[in-house]
Every structure is written in C-alpha cells, then in structure tokens.
Design a protein around this ligand. Sequence first.
Ligand code: AMP
Length: 544
Amino acid sequence: MRGRMMALPLTINEIMHYAARHHGEVEVVSVTGDEGLHRTTYAQVFERSARLAEVLTGLGLQRGDRVATLAWNDHRHLELYYGVSCAGFVLHTVNPRLFAEHLVYIMNHAEDRVLCFDPIFMPLVEALADKLPTIEHYVVLCGAASIPANKLPGLVCYETLLDNASADYSWPTLDESSASALCYTSGTTGNPKGVLYSHRSTVLHAYGSVMPDTMGLSKRDTVLPVVPMFHANAWGMPYACPIAGAKLVMPGPKMADGETLHSLIESEGVTAALGVPTVWLALLAYLRDSGKTVPSLERTVVGGAACPLSIMREFEDKHGVTTRHAWGMTETSPLGTVNTLLQSMDNLSDRERDEIRVKQGRVPFGVDLKIVNDVGEEQPWDGESFGDLKVRGYWVCDGYFKQDDSVASLDAGGWFSTGDVATIDTAGFMKITDRTKDVIKSGGEWISSIELENLAMGHPDVAEAAVIGVEHPKWTERPLLVVVPREARAIAKRELLDWFKGKVADWWIPNDVVFVESIPHTATGKVSKLSLREQLKDYRLPPG
Ligand code: AMP
C-alpha cells in the first residue's frame, strides 16, 4: 500500500525556494577580487541564479550538460551552485591547485561545455584553453571593468551576462535522482575519478549536516566555510546554511590567511568555522603573534586530515572554542563522522576526554560504517582491532562518473571501501589510523602514522610533522619523523624522540628525525606522503 503523503522531490531547487521565501534576508558576505568585501542576501543570490539559468539555457545547454568552475568561495560561486544545478545542468567544481595535466584530463573527461572562472585564474585558463576542445564558452567571474588583459577568444563577462538577462526564468521540476554536481578526487595513482552527486543525495546530506551532533547549524549561526567550494562542495555548507537560515561568510582567495580569517570572524560575528588543520594552524599562529582572539567563535569543525590535539587544546584553552573533529571524503559528500562527546563522558578526566577527542567520531543517521580484515570479515568494535573502513549511506557514491563499477569496488553488501584503516570503539567512535597506503608495517605489526604525527604536533617547538615508513633490514619498515621546526629553533633529535616515551608503545617510537623547511601538501591541503616519500627516497635509517 502506498502512503498518502506528498512525493515532493528532494531537489536543490526546493532548498533554494525555501531559503528565498523564509531566509531571504539572511546575509552572504564574501571577500572578492573586484568588489572588496561584498554583501548580499540569499534572496539576491537566488535572483541572480535565475538570471544565470536563463543565460545558460540561452547558450543551448541541455539537461545534464556540465558547467565547470575554477573559483574560490564567494557569492558568484554560490550563484553558480544554484543557477547551474537547479536548471538541470551539472556543476563541475574544478580544483585550480591541481597539476595542469590533471586539469586538462578532468575537464575533457567531464566534457564541460562552459567554464566560469575567477579573474586570477586567467593565466591558467589561457595556458590550458587550446587543450580543452569541449569548452564552447569562457565566462570570467567579475564586472566588465575588472577583466584582465587576455588572449581568450570569445571571452564573456559574468556581470554583463547577468545584467542583460531576465530573472523571470521558470525553474524546471527535476527528478531527484538526477545529477547535480561533479567533483573529481585524486587518488595516489591513476587519473582522478569523478564523484557525481545527485539532487537527492545533496538534500539529504544538507539535512544531515544541520543536525545538532554534526555541524549543529541554526538560524542563529554565522558560518565561515574555509574549505573550498571546489573540494566536496565546501563540505555541503552552501546547501546546509540556506536550509538552516545561517549567515554565510566566504573568504574568497584568502583561505589560509590568518589575518583575513580573524578579521572576518571578528567583523561578521562568525560562530562556526570549518576547515582542514592547516588552515587552523594559520589562524592560531596569527592569533598567537598578534595577541588577538575570536570571542564570537563557538566551534570549529576540523576534518579532511587528522586534527592534532594541540590544535584542539589551543582553540579551547586560549580562545574558548570547541573543536569538532570530523571525517569524510569527496565520495561521502563528505559528511562521514563527527566527534561530539556523549553525555556519559561529561565526568571524564581531561586525559580521558583527549583520548576520545582525537578520534574522528560517530556516524549520523544516513551513514553507516564497518571495519573489515583482509578477507572481508567484520572486526569487533573494541577500539583496538584495525580494519579497512567501509561505508554506506544516502550520500555515499556507488560508482564514479563514466567508470565501470569495478573502480568503486562495492562489496557484496553494497559497502564502499574508503581506503582508510580505522578502529571503532565500544561507543561507536571511529578512529582513522592511516590511509591503507600510508600504514607502517613494522615486523608484521601496524603502526599508526597519524597517531605519531598528532603527538609530534603537540611538541611546543614543532610547527608541522609527518611520519612515513622507510625500509628497515630487520623490521621491513620503521617510522621516520619529518619535522618543520617552529621559528627555526634547533631541536635536538633525542629530545623529540624522548617526547614519545610513555605516550606510545616503545616499538612505535620513530627511529630517526629529519628536519625540513616545509612539508609538501596536496591540492586539497593535506600532507602529501607520496611527495614526501619521493623527496626522501635516498634517505637511509641509521644502523640499529
Ligand atoms: P578527500 O576526498 O580529498 O576529501 O580525502 C578523503 C580522505 O581524507 C579520507 O579518506 C581520509 O584518508 C582523509 N581524512 C578526511 N578526514 C580525516 C580526518 N579527520 N582524519 C584523518 N584523515 C582524514
């Protein structure tokens, strides 16, 4: 028997219509290249999205056609999020930090027909244009007066297009399972793979992100997503904030600039900020050096890479900011787990709480997880047993764009293999110990590089740390600690290695330390262990 309830489609169009009617006055504030600190509202954003949809339809785009963006977080990118997807086209957010060959591969693989880009990417676009045969229209995201000198034939100006378009566009009714957005994720090997989000997965993910134990968003919030809109849709904030009626503050190209982040938090009264650990290192360093603080900020959501305890402590002890450690992937939209403490943990000692806080947390309704051994057997939730982490859920991909199903390799039960290694404790808190490829195998036993990195980052003289496995004649592999010292103070190797004593099993303690000026990062701001291993390929451990 069919239930007698309305079958309204779960489409991003519904988010837009709802937010325009009920949160239309809520502000969207952006750092822009051409208009300084720009202020608008959701109502105005969606009005301009309608103009954009009219323009794209006029260009002859058909349902499902891809529109690429090379753009930072600002109001124009938000207009594209809605104008493209709600008109039935697919928004392909491209990461401008990728290597040129990857950019070319991605845009050709996606068969993008339109490319909208920030003026600062003009040299990049000019260099790539003759390798992008599918792109028919280049649109620069600024006003006519701010277009940089260029040699792009037929380049059009975004603001001019919108000025000349009508806002009377009639939005289509879309099938909720139709594709809404596309984001490529780079593995350590092979070509990037396209994760193709649907309207339905995006709406459910936005619902899931608003919940109290995930991002906990409300109309009282002012949210600063410091995670780029080209990386897993800025963790869904462009969809979740309009649902919640939260004000959005977007840092434009000033992502890892501590001073800008502080000034936005202060001037806009930001209550929640989201980003990878590197971003928070930049903000905390600025606050330390300037003696400033962030009174309005209630919480930071830190994910994308393991959040060292030192970041959580500094936020909490010095600035009264709670950190929510979160885990996810492009393939999981990205919300996977978030760490908020249970009521039963209120009376734990600081040390016991710290042990829990460094874990990546629990799943919200909508996602489930399990850990399995090499032969696919589920491992116990005892906080000790390691296993390959698998997930399933409303907003987890079941394959990649234009790839056969074997690439995503779902198991017989439909679970997606994340490529992460994790433990899960009795309370359901998951802890990532490594990427499958980064795990250090010493004498047949696993050592967690992430745990060692977290501890190293807690040393007052360490600015950044990474741990990789290097060949060892007896143990196969042993951990090597790579450190960027803070303020060029010479730290003795012995002092650093002694730092681990009593904090981990003795056989986990790295065999040696290498000091470097900087650690390589990937295009999404994570430590690139691949490049680091390459950089240190001639390194040999001291005998012993
Ligand atoms: P991406 O798809 O680029 O966002 O990368 C996803 C990967 O980042 C995951 O599979 C993890 O390996 C890693 N990751 C994300 N969040 C965390 C976290 N909180 N702690 C450790 N690793 C993380």
